[in-house]
Ligand binder design. Structure first.
Ligand code: IMP
Ligand code: MG
Length: 186
């Protein structure tokens, strides 16, 4: 069992206070943008969970929430890019203003697949809201309408993001030690 003692996290990239401030700003922006439209927020499990919970609590307009889960074939950072929906929506999105909420966009393959899949269902609009954007790694061009932070090409955990399902409950975004990931970077 990895410890949370601090040895695993080599650097805090986004502190709890940075998160709090930025999420409050995003909530305000989204409340203004989607005023009177009764948007449907769709969270991409499981990385979205902490961000989505804070984001909607910083908003003051009526909205709905739903969730999707995806499984990527190959898994991990070196997945084939093929994606499968493992939990679909409960809601019908036709004619709705949809906000797709994601914890982190990396290559863009996962969210690119989801956007294409959801567009077929004819929402009135669909926009991507990503807490973290690792833009330098992008392979599939996905438009991020609402972005928390752009981050460098480091493997990060916390605030919903995991390494092998662990570290999601860290209240900040930390860079995970190569010693834990076993990943050779470069
Ligand atoms: P993409 O399809 O390459 O954009 O991959 C996105 C998914 O890969 C994210 O939703 C994460 O689940 C995972 N991922 C990519 N980079 C990281 C990271 O630095 N930490 C944790 N998960 C990551
Ligand atoms: Mg993960």
């Amino acid at each position: 069992m990895p410890s949370y003692s601090g040895e695993d996290i080599v650097e805090v990239l986004v502190s709890q206070e940075d998160i709090r401030r930025r999420v409050a700003e995003m909530g305000k922006e989204l409340s203004d943008f989607y005023k009177d439209t009764f948007p449907l927020f769709i969270g991409v499990l499981k990385g979205c969970t902490l961000f989505m919970a804070d984001l909607v609590r910083s908003m003051d307009i009526p909205l709905e929430m739903d969730y999707m889960a995806v499984a990527s074939y190959g898994g991990g950072r070196r997945g084939s890019g093929a994606v499968r929906i493992s939990k679909d929506l409960d809601s019908v999105i036709e004619g709705r203003d949809v906000v797709l909420v994601e914890g982190l966009v990396d290559t863009g393959m996962t969210i690119g697949y989801l956007l294409r899949n959801l567009e077929v269902r004819q929402p009135r609009s669909i926009r991507l809201c990503a807490f973290l954007d690792k833009r330098v790694r992008r392979i599939v061009n996905v438009p991020v309408a609402f972005r928390g932070f752009e981050i460098p090409d480091r493997f990060v955990v916390g605030y919903g993001l995991d390494f092998r399902q662990i570290y999601r409950n860290l209240p900040y975004i930390g860079v995970l030690s190569d010693r834990v990931t076993g990943l050779k970077r470069g």
